[in-house]
Design a protein. Structure first.
Length: 650
């Protein structure tokens, strides 16, 4: 930044903006300064009343000002953190490294894979830094477990706990004159990856307030996804932790640097930005994103024109697809820059990445798939669903319900509501109608969703697994009706049940305890005790099942008292599956017993969902034809296997 110190720049401020005034010049030095100013949020040039630059008054703008003054704001992030002795001797080496990193950086991202012990590191960090006012923000369903860990580790610092929704509401209703906290921890910060979501905007606003009210606030983001699905997921998290650290001032500039972007027209007549490819390999062409041997670099324009002439008889879609390729035809291959790899280097000073395989000596997960017989009556129901479903998601949902032994139906509830068509009058002024055809006397009966159960072979398989586990088991299901069924089955088998699916609101952690002898001794607070019960086998020796929906109980829960997770059924979300598996595969597990992951497969749809979750494929992109073809092929394969089995027995 030496070139900037040679010139006099006048900096002024208004309530919302920072104004930079300096002599206009086309010299290289002033051009460099202009480029630095552009990384401020909302930076723009104006000639009236005199030439000047404006930028939004923000932490990013002050970061830029310090850089222009020659103050190296990156220095802290380039330094090696000094070693600090933790208060507790139980910390692993990787936890000590993470603690040293946080204490030195103060505004950073701790991206540790699920099960690496981030919460204890955060407790140690709070005790070492002793902030005046600390907030801990996490998903609502994770707060109960986090509070429990603070109590179990006897933390000397107790922050204010907020869910992301509570944080958003509090910030929107911020009391006038109240200072921002000087320390905030955003746990499961992947919830803040979408830069335009309300909770992300609220988190950015909170971060800006902390930078305004405190000289050196503590802003820590803890993420369980050290390798997110998309590189652009990092931008908003970096902006919350340290505005200005990442040079790009908005997500669009960030995308433009990391990927090849094309504007495409939508069917509605508008346009949208489509990511053609990420710049993650130098062997991709910087013009089209394809590799060197791709036809873009070998076909001549004249050859392509002949193809288009031939396609004129092939219909409009063929012509359009070939015409779109013309923009990439006949150019020399030029290697690109691996910007994704460079992003890792750019973020390394602010982000601590830790993978479980590199930190812990845990046994590999053991996967088991239990395939169950499909009865002829169920086959007939499958055929009916395939014939009557018009959308893939509808067919797949109904098949998943059938596989779990029920079908959702709409039935009259006996409750009535005001008819919206006639506003409760019973009369309408419409051509051909005097009396409202939609209701009776201005009232319409509400419908309720009920689950009609049918026999399911998954029940017998689950009973056998309960015998195998003996004392603790974790079971995930994809529907509320599935959770109901599993809870009833476990209760009939003499198991106590802890249910977590978001429908039970009697505890802040949405837990419901059924059939467990709590004894007469002192218990933890009501909002904390269900998870303690599950983990404490000595105090609660009776067999206990933790039954949950994976979307509700996939993060911030430690269930290492069990060595088995059973997926009665899966959700459509790959993240639900990935994170929920690690509830038992983490620090505190018994390495001798291992971690067993069991899938109960009844219909072919179960395996279809499981395979697509492994590929992290968006189920919305699957066509109805693909699904039916897979179901038919799998059914035929199953029949062939059964016939071969019968022949071998003979």
């Amino acid at each position: 930044m030496d070139y900037i110190q040679r010139y006099q720049v006048e900096i002024g401020e208004t309530d919302k903006e920072i104004i930079f005034r300096f002599p206009y010049s086309h010299s290289p030095n002033w051009t460099k300064m202009k480029d630095e100013l552009k990384i401020s949020a909302g930076a723009r040039f104006s000639k009236k009343p005199e030439p000047h630059w404006r930028a939004k008054r923000s932490g990013r703008a002050y970061w830029v000002i310090d850089l222009l003054k020659g103050i190296d704001r990156y220095a802290r992030y380039h330094e090696t953190p000094p070693e600090v002795k933790p208060k507790r001797d139980v910390l692993y080496d990787h936890q000590k490294d993470a603690l040293n990193f946080i204490l030195h950086k103060r505004r950073c991202i701790m991206a540790g894979e699920m099960g690496t012990g981030k919460t204890l590191v955060l407790i140690e960090a709070l005790e070492a830094m002793r902030p005046k006012s600390a907030w801990y923000i996490a998903p609502r369903f994770a707060l109960g477990q986090i509070k429990l860990l603070f109590r179990q580790w006897k933390s000397e610092v107790t922050p204010l706990f907020f869910s992301y929704e509570e944080m958003k509401k509090f910030i929107y209703d911020w009391p006038e004159g109240r200072l921002a906290p000087d320390c905030v921890i955003f746990d499961e910060s992947a919830y803040l990856k979408s830069p335009l979501s309300q909770r992300t905007l609220a988190a950015i606003h909170l971060s800006e307030g902390m930078l305004r009210d405190h000289a050196d606030p503590i802003i820590i983001l803890a993420s369980g996804a050290p390798a997110p699905k998309s590189p652009k997921d990092w931008w908003s998290q970096c902006e919350i932790a340290c505005p200005g650290f990442i040079r790009e001032a908005n997500i669009y500039e960030f995308e433009n640097r990391l990927a090849l972007i094309e504007k495409q027209e939508s069917l509605a007549g508008g346009s949208f930005r489509k990511i053609v490819t990420w710049w993650d390999n130098e062997e991709k062409c910087k013009h089209c994103g394809e590799f060197k041997k791709h036809p873009n670099h070998t076909k001549k324009r004249a050859d392509k024109i002949k193809e288009i002439d031939a396609a004129l008889n092939g219909g409009l879609s063929s012509l359009l697809s070939l015409t779109a390729e013309m923009t990439h035809v006949e150019h020399d291959f030029e290697p690109s820059v691996n910007e994704v790899a460079k992003l890792h280097d750019r973020m390394s000073g602010m982000t601590k990445v830790q993978f479980k395989k590199d930190c812990l000596n845990l046994p590999e997960k053991i996967y088991r798939v239990i395939k169950l017989e499909v009865k002829p009556s169920t086959r007939r129901a499958i055929s009916l669903i395939n014939r009557t479903s018009t959308k893939t998601i509808e067919a797949l949902t109904r098949l998943r319900e059938l596989s779990d032994g029920f079908q959702y139906k709409q039935e009259p509830s006996g409750e009535f509501a005001t008819c919206p068509r006639c506003a409760g009058t019973g009369k309408v002024d419409e051509p051909g109608y005097d009396i409202c055809p939609n209701c009776k006397d201005g009232k319409i009966e509400k419908l309720k969703r009920v689950a009609q159960r049918v026999p399911c072979p998954k029940d017998d398989a689950l009973r056998e697994l309960l015998v195998e586990c003996e004392d603790r088991i974790v079971i995930f299901g994809g529907f509320t009706a599935t959770i109901d069924r599993v809870v009833d089955l476990c209760s009939k088998e003499g198991w106590g049940v802890i249910r977590v699916d978001g429908t039970t609101a009697n505890l802040p952690n949405s837990c419901d305890v059924t059939g467990i002898d709590l004894g007469k001794g002192d218990l933890f607070e009501k909002e904390e005790h269900p998870l303690t019960i599950f983990q404490d086998k000595e105090k609660y020796p009776q067999p206990i099942a933790f039954v949950a929906h994976a979307a509700t109980a996939k993060t911030s829960l430690t269930l290492t008292a069990s060595n088995m997770i059973v997926y009665y059924s899966n959700t459509f979300n790959a993240d639900d599956r990935i994170q929920s598996e690690d509830r038992i595969h983490r620090i505190g597990m018994d390495p001798n017993r291992g971690a067993i992951i069991v899938d109960l497969v009844h219909l072919e749809s179960d395996m279809y969902v499981r395979e697509n979750l492994k590929k992290k494929r968006e189920l919305q992109s699957i066509t109805l034809g693909e699904l039916q073809e897979y179901m038919n092929e799998s059914a035929q394969e199953g029949q062939r296997s059964a016939q071969e089995g019968q022949r071998s027995e003979l």
